[in-house]
Design a protein around this ligand. Structure first.
Ligand code: ADP
Ligand code: MG
Length: 246
């Protein structure tokens, strides 16, 4: 076995596979640029780390369950003028996640709530956070299933492992009493511990009605809006605009 093969095998044995795979290129690079020993050591470590981070992001992306690949880059602030690019960009240092704060997007259909929630979620993911996307309906169904199996607590603590949970379209469809209770259990465990990005067509004033004014309505709203950035979006539906523009 030659020296290169032997060294490659050592890297592989140490599970430094990215380095093992690219060792000839990394060596050629170092030689061509006459880098110092220390700089070369750093090159190897940096290469391995970058590949690992990239792999982790891709793994997290698969787990996130985004329904589509909406990007913030594709968001048109000339159409949606009730939120500014500056306001959105200010969220991208992810202080809101580190401080366990929530984002709430309120507005009628088609104004870009889901697009923004996914776009911000994607950016968080790429910054290394674990993100989960669920429609409120899917989430409630998932909790109901867990509850029926007597595993609500376990499922809730699994969900609380994500740094951010996007709950899309809360308030569109009615929920039964058990569903509201399950949702409360989740919101309660996430409160001041994880971030929620919520989109809803309901103003908080009509939430009581949506939750049938039962004893979980007020605490759910309370926990979601405490420590939250609330964005009231308006304007006309982007879907309608696209239709009329042909
Ligand atoms: P909402 O969740 O508020 O009902 P969506 O975010 O689903 O609305 O937006 C509806 C469609 O219009 C999506 O395909 C979305 O990508 C697009 N859209 C909405 N607002 C904008 C915008 N300002 N710029 C670009 N696309 C937009
Ligand atoms: Mg939506």
């Amino acid at each position: 076995m030659g020296q290169l093969e032997q060294t490659t095998a050592r890297f592989r044995g140490l599970r430094l596979n990215a380095t093992a795979m690219r060792l000839p290129d990394l060596l050629a690079d170092a030689e061509a640029n006459s880098v110092s020993y220390l700089a070369f050591a750093d090159m190897l470590a940096e290469h391995e780390q970058r590949c690992r981070d990239g792999r982790r992001v891709e793994l997290n992306r698969r787990k996130a369950g985004f329904p589509s690949d909406k990007r913030l880059e594709g968001f048109d602030y000339r159409h949606q003028t009730t939120i500014t690019k500056r306001q959105v960009n200010a969220l991208l240092d992810f202080g809101f996640i580190d401080n366990r704060e929530n984002l709430v997007f309120i507005g009628p259909p088609g104004v870009g709530k889901t697009h923004l929630a996914i776009g911000i979620g994607q950016k968080a993911l790429e910054a290394g956070y674990k993100v989960l996307f669920r429609t409120a309906l899917d989430l409630v169904e998932e909790l109901e299933l867990a509850e029926m199996k007597g595993e609500l607590k376990r499922r809730v603590s699994q969900l609380a492992k994500f740094d951010v949970i996007v709950i899309d379209e809360l308030g569109y469809l009615p929920m039964n009493r058990q569903a509201r209770y399950n949702l409360f259990q989740l919101i309660n465990s996430l409160y001041e511990y994880r971030s929620v990005i919520l989109t809803t067509n309901k103003d908080f004033t009509s939430w009581g009605e949506f939750f049938h004014d039962d004893n979980v309505a007020v605490p759910i709203i309370d926990r979601v809006i405490h420590h939250s950035h609330i964005f009231m979006l308006g304007g006309e539906s982007y879907r309608l605009k696209q239709k009329t523009n042909g």
